[in-house]
Design a protein around this ligand. Structure first.
Ligand code: DGY
Length: 329
């Protein structure tokens, strides 16, 4: 009876496992690369419980065994790498790590919004590249996020109004942004009086900034496609800290290249870790390596939660963050 920890996790998680005195094996003691899929399969044959990462593809074959897994504990809130349909059919419980990364992810989304709007990375390169010759009245002008001198407010469109979307709305209030939101569950938006629900197409057309906070599913794959990008204002910016495939990356490159869209801030990519070549050559993008939840405090806690769920599964108990109870954003 043991746990397969697919990759090295923060020490806090190992401490939980050691304190419980259960045996565990670490698939890969390396922070840089995902575990090889063949080693993942082999590990799942030797251990009934997995403590895995979003870089591990957990399919029906892995879940069903033999031996059939007793549980899968994922150290992430997103679960699109797991075949949840198969898990439900096979009766394999799945847990994730919701709630703890909400603020860190919203912080990063806002950081990308500000960086893209105010051309922070271009400015950095101007200075480090020795091109800052003098203060200039027209040097690197960006778009305002807070109100303009005449009081005109900018509009943020939030796509997906779960925990992270709502945290984004709270940050937007501090910048006096007008906030529109779309969610399949319209009533979740109605609970926030300063946020206006609107249809997706309208949100894309009206917003100065669009920030994506939906989980990846068949219905959200390429939710931002060429047609929706064409609805956006040419002065607008797109922010994605959700999942890469929510955006059609090739269409985004075309829009950014043609300046039909002012900028984009991306923490996630369609074929991670591969980044569309076209994005790499653009100056109107800010690109980060999927670090939305990447703070010491958050990852320390995520590792504890994931270890506790793995222990519960090993003991045949219900885990506190078992999926149908915890939510996926
Ligand atoms: C998640 O939890 O889904 C993030 O993408 C990584 O922490």
């Amino acid at each position: 009876m043991s746990i397969f920890v697919t990759r090295r996790i923060p020490e806090s998680g190992f401490a939980v496992l050691r304190a419980a005195g259960v045996p565990f094996e670490v698939g890969q003691d390396d922070d840089e690369r995902p575990l090889d899929p063949a080693l993942l399969r082999a590990g799942a044959r030797r251990h009934p419980v997995l403590l895995c990462q979003l870089t591990d593809r957990i399919d029906r074959e892995i879940l069903g065994g033999p031996p059939r897994l007793r549980g899968v504990s994922q150290m992430a809130v997103g679960t699109d790498n797991l075949d949840l349909v198969a898990a439900a059919e096979l009766g394999v419980p799945v847990a994730n790590t919701p709630g703890v990364l909400t603020d860190a992810t919203a912080d990063l989304a806002f950081a990308l919004l500000l960086a893209s709007a105010r051309r922070v990375v271009e400015g950095h390169h101007c200075v480090t590249g020795g091109r800052f010759f003098a203060w200039g009245p027209q040097l690197l002008l960006g778009s305002g996020v807070g109100p303009a001198p005449d009081g005109t407010r900018k509009t943020l469109g939030i796509v997906g109004f779960g925990r992270i979307g709502r945290a984004m709305a709270r940050r937007a209030a501090g910048f006096d942004l007008r906030v529109l939101a779309w969610s399949r569950r319209r009533e979740s938006v109605a609970a926030s009086p300063d946020v206006h629900w609107c249809e997706l197409d309208e949100l894309f057309a009206q917003s100065d900034y669009v920030s994506l906070h939906v989980p990846l599913s068949p219905s959200t794959r390429h939710l931002v496609d060429a047609r929706r990008l064409a609805l956006m204002k040419p002065t607008a910016h797109l922010i994605n800290t959700a999942r890469g495939p929510v955006v059609d990356e090739a269409a985004l490159v075309d829009a950014l290249r043609a300046r039909r869209l002012a900028g984009a801030g991306l923490d996630v990519f369609e074929r991670e870790p591969i980044v569309h070549e076209g994005l790499l050559g653009l100056d109107n993008v800010v690109l980060l390596p999927h670090v939305g939840s990447g703070t010491h405090e958050v990852r320390t806690r995520m590792a504890v939660m994931a270890a506790e769920s793995a222990l519960a599964f090993l003991r045949g108990e219900r885990a506190e963050w078992e999926l149908e109870r915890s939510g996926r954003d």
